[in-house]
Design a protein around this ligand. Structure first.
Ligand SMILES: Cc1cc2nc3c(=O)[nH]c(=O)nc-3n(C[C@H](O)[C@H](O)[C@H](O)COP(=O)(O)OP(=O)(O)OC[C@H]3O[C@@H](n4cnc5c(N)ncnc54)[C@H](O)[C@@H]3O)c2cc1C
Ligand code: SF4
Length: 447
């Protein structure tokens, strides 16, 4: 029996996708910030990839200096509001909070961060002043967390910035990928709009950079180019029947869901293939869309899943079940999917081995492929001299852009950061890397 009723209106969709970490009230923020011990050498700062001075912004919230708190956050992380909502804080700052050692609930750093930044975004508070113009122009490809963060930092350093974005909206996977119970479209778009007002960079929407001619144009018109294009679509599984109706990439499904909300079609029996965070999100979201049954199928055991355990727990709490140690052999059906044929596996010397004769068919009418995102290799190969990781030991990592410690590629005019470089981590990593890349660009332009 499904835990969630299929949403048929925007209100029902919003109820099913109720925020996982709702915004704090002023009183809640006051009490929570009062618990902070303002640790010396605070471990929460070290655990944050952007190194936000967490005890400082918590103290600022506690003394009712919310503007100061928001500035402290944005000074380190231009995606401070998105990150307050979407960061896996359990694994980062909150996971490092000293309270953990006393078996006491850690400070809710993410929610405090979202609280402080929401206020300045809502009130459009001017907090930043751009650097004096250097007369240099930088083209940024992609308006995701990496591109937006690079743009803000470059404007602080006085460089003009134009962003070229393939889609109709900014914010990359914050709008097209992250689960809506973590961040709504409006929250993601409002943050970018706030940053645009602060820094006056241009975003050209529906303007994909498609090949050599576009790169030539950017090389002629700009002093440096930043690549923040993220990854590509869902990788194929490579089994017969993948083209059947009802077989969809998990990422593409989530993208539809983010755009169409309750109007997105959902199957009755959904099988999600994969054990990463995207697979868990797709499972949790399918449950919230009212699928009668959602089954996560993974080829290894639960401890070997790439997903954070809290994301798996959320999927289970949402109503998903899991099937471990199974490999999909074929997607069954005549035109439309009717099931997935699996074979059971056993572990042998760290590898998995199929158990002969253990095939079985699990019926379903929708398959979501959580098989990871491909890289945009074909496009990137058109940038002269740009080195891609073709030799990486881990197959999944191949095709990432190779950069030095300043995030400069082998073509000195090009810099890159975010998923296209790290292979796909979190929003906070893209923001942290892009900030460093902006300083790399600044040093290059000053030479
Ligand atoms: C389903 C899913 C759920 C996720 N959930 C979380 C989460 O809960 N928390 C978290 O921290 N992280 C999450 N992540 C990861 C996070 O979203 C990414 O790490 C982050 O968005 C990377 O930022 P980016 O700017 O490098 O890439 P992207 O966000 O992918 O942005 C790239 C941008 O470039 C544009 N672009 C691409 N090609 C071109 C081109 N040729 N020309 C112009 N523009 C182009 C794209 O349209 C996009 O706007 C999730 C990822 C997925 C797939
Ligand atoms: S570790 Fe916890 S208690 Fe210490 S400063 Fe950070 S949030 Fe506050």
């Amino acid at each position: 029996m499904a835990e969630f009723k299929k949403p048929t209106t925007e209100a029902e969709f919003a109820a099913n996708f109720h925020p996982k970490k709702p915004l704090m009230t002023d009183t809640e923020a006051y009490y929570e910030s009062s618990r902070c011990l303002y640790c010396y050498d605070a471990p929460c700062i070290t655990a944050c990839p952007t190194g936000i001075d967490i005890p400082l912004f918590i103290r600022q919230i506690n003394s009712d200096n919310k503007d100061g708190a928001a500035k402290t956050i944005f000074d380190s992380n231009w995606m401070g509001h998105a990150c307050g909502n979407v960061c896996p804080t359990e694994e980062l700052c909150e996971g490092a909070c000293v309270y953990i050692h006393s078996d006491v609930k850690p400070i809710e750093i993410g929610r405090l961060q979202a609280h402080a930044t929401e206020l300045v975004i809502r009130t459009k508070k001017k907090l930043f002043r751009m650097g004096q113009s250097t007369g240099k122009k930088v083209a940024v490809i992609g308006a995701g967390p990496a591109g937006i963060s690079a743009a803000c930092e470059l404007r602080m350093l006085g460089h003009a910035v134009e962003i070229f974005e393939a889609k109709a909206k900014p914010s990359g996977l914050c709008v097209y990928g992250v689960a809506p119970y973590k961040l709504t479209n409006q929250q993601a778009l409002d943050e970018v709009s706030y940053l645009r007002d602060q820094f006056e960079f241009n975003i050209h929407y529906n303007k994909p950079i498609e090949g050599r001619a576009d790169f030539d144009r950017l090389e002629r018109g700009y002093d440096a180019i930043f690549i923040g294009i993220g990854l590509g679509g869902t990788s194929t599984l490579g089994v017969p029947g993948e083209d059947k109706q009802g077989v969809i990439g998990a990422l593409e499904y989530v993208e539809d869901l983010r755009m169409m909300h309750h109007k997105t079609p959902i199957g009755t029996k959904v099988i999600v293939l994969g054990g990463g965070n995207t697979a868990m999100d797709a499972a949790s979201e399918s449950c919230r869309m009212g699928a009668e049954s959602v089954l996560i199928a993974y080829r290894r055991g639960p401890d070997e899943m790439g997903a954070y355990s809290f994301e798996f727990d959320l999927a289970k709490k949402s109503g998903a079940k899991a099937l471990f140690n199974v490999t999909p052999l074929e997607i069954m059906g005549n035109g439309s999917v009717t099931g997935v044929k699996f074979i059971r596996n056993k572990a042998a010397y760290g590898k998995i081995e199929a158990i002969a004769g253990s095939e079985f068919v699990e019926p379903c009418d929708m398959v979501l492929l959580g098989t990871g995102q491909g890289k945009q290799v074909e496009l990137l190969e058109q940038v002269k001299g740009l080195e891609l990781d073709h030799k990486g030991r881990i197959l999944d990592n191949r095709g990432r852009i190779v950069v030095n410690e300043h995030y400069q590629t082998n073509n000195p005019k090009y810099f890159a950061a975010g998923d296209a470089v790290n292979g796909g981590v979190e929003v906070v990593n893209a923001a942290a890397e892009a900030k460093k890349a902006a300083h790399g660009i600044d040093a290059y332009l000053k030479k």
